[in-house]
Design a binder for this molecule. Structure first.
Ligand code: HGY
Ligand code: MN
Ligand code: MN
Length: 360
């Protein structure tokens, strides 16, 4: 960023920003996240930051009537605090004391973690998006099979599917595995396992719905103790908010029914209710034209994965350009991109900047 003449700073939520020196002109924000998931690939998020750098570099001779601010968002995935989009929420002015009080698995609050990192959460207001930002563009890998199946390198994202993240706790009773007869057990892991199959069975039959139990904590976690308590994560996605909510309600009711029959207790904590978010229709059309001008058949699609653009879209017109994911693989070390697709993305990005320049 510094080598491109940008002013580099880290804001109170840990976002790394490269801001144009000239603060008098309107600016376009380009960026994505630099955190990721455990055992991940090398492109989810960070590719969008590097493509932003490449565009700033490529457009230097263009004398654009606007500046480009680069953003490397912190904590988009929500792995540590079970809450995603923390960096982009700071730009949207959506960080409050309740959020800062959320604690990680070691009991450390978000506020304590920010201080420990050497930042000051009291300066969160300064992280808000600057008023003269007129649009946000995020490049991102598709993370699914659609573009590979269509034989296309790029797509314009028209909307980002909503997501519900709920923590479900199954409470039975721990006991000795050798002395407790099967009909006298209240096995929390057996109950959770029955529910996990019910989640998969439901989602397989529900058109356009994906539902996943990705994290399981089993207590006390010894092989010779009947599991007394299981904490499970539920992640439900659907392009329609109503369908997603009814699917989530149905799956939580299934957990309750299974626990009632097995004489266990269960409790739910909703960690995230994120509605589907449309991208700016005008910018989606501009992205389609920019893709076509790069010699690629334009295609629109909905994103099943969440992105910082769904938070930024609440405060500034936003657009996303997807790049093909070979094998449809993501959140896995085998995640990759094709160099020629990255080249097309830069070309489409330059076309998009020229379109914005003509529009200013
Ligand atoms: O979970 C997601 O949708 C994204 O990877 N943050
Ligand atoms: Mn991700
Ligand atoms: Mn991502």
């Amino acid at each position: 960023m510094e080598s491109l003449g940008l002013q580099v700073s880290v804001d109170a939520m840990g976002n790394l920003r490269g801001s144009p020196i000239n603060r008098e002109i309107p600016r376009l924000l380009i960026g994505s996240h630099i955190d990721t998931v455990p055992n991940a690939g090398a492109y989810d998020g960070v590719l969008g930051v590097l493509l932003g750098l490449a565009l700033v570099d490529a457009c230097r001779p263009m004398e654009l009537p606007f500046g480009i601010e680069l953003m490397a968002f912190s904590e988009e995935e929500g792995v540590r605090f079970r809450l995603p989009f923390l960096g982009s929420r700071a730009l949207a002015g959506d960080v409050n004391s309740r959020l800062l009080s959320v604690r990680d698995a070691n009991g450390i609050s978000m506020e304590e973690a920010i201080f420990a990192f050497g930042l000051n959460p009291q300066q969160m207001e300064e992280a808000r998006l600057s008023d003269d930002t007129f649009a946000f563009l995020e490049f991102h890998i598709e993370q699914g099979p659609v573009l590979e199946k269509a034989g296309l390198p790029l797509a314009a994202v028209e909307a980002i599917a909503g997501q519900s993240r709920v923590t479900v706790v199954f409470v039975g009773s721990a006991n000795h595995v050798g002395t407790t007869p099967m009909d006298l057990r209240r096995d929390a892991l057996a109950a959770a396992a029955e529910w996990i199959i019910a989640v998969e069975t439901f989602a397989r039959a529900a058109d356009g719905c994906v539902a996943t139990v990705g994290r399981l904590q089993v207590l006390p976690g010894a092989s010779n103790v009947v599991p007394g308590e299981v904490t499970a994560s539920l992640d439900v996605r659907h392009a329609s908010n109503a369908e997603r909510k009814s699917a989530t309600d149905f799956l939580l009711q299934r957990a309750q029914d299974i626990c009632d029959r097995r004489e266990l207790a269960c409790s739910f904590r909703t960690d995230l209710e994120q509605s589907s978010v449309p991208m700016s229709p005008e910018l989606v059309t501009a992205v389609e034209h920019a893709i076509a001008a790069a010699g690629v058949t334009p295609k629109r699609m909905v994103s099943g994965a969440g992105h910082d653009a769904m938070i930024l879209a609440q405060v500034v017109p936003s657009a996303m350009i997807f790049l093909r994911s070979p094998g449809g693989i993501s959140h896995h070390p085998d995640e990759s991109v094709l160099v020629e697709d990255v080249e097309k993305a830069i070309l489409a990005g330059i076309n998009f900047l020229e379109h914005l320049a003509r529009r200013q």
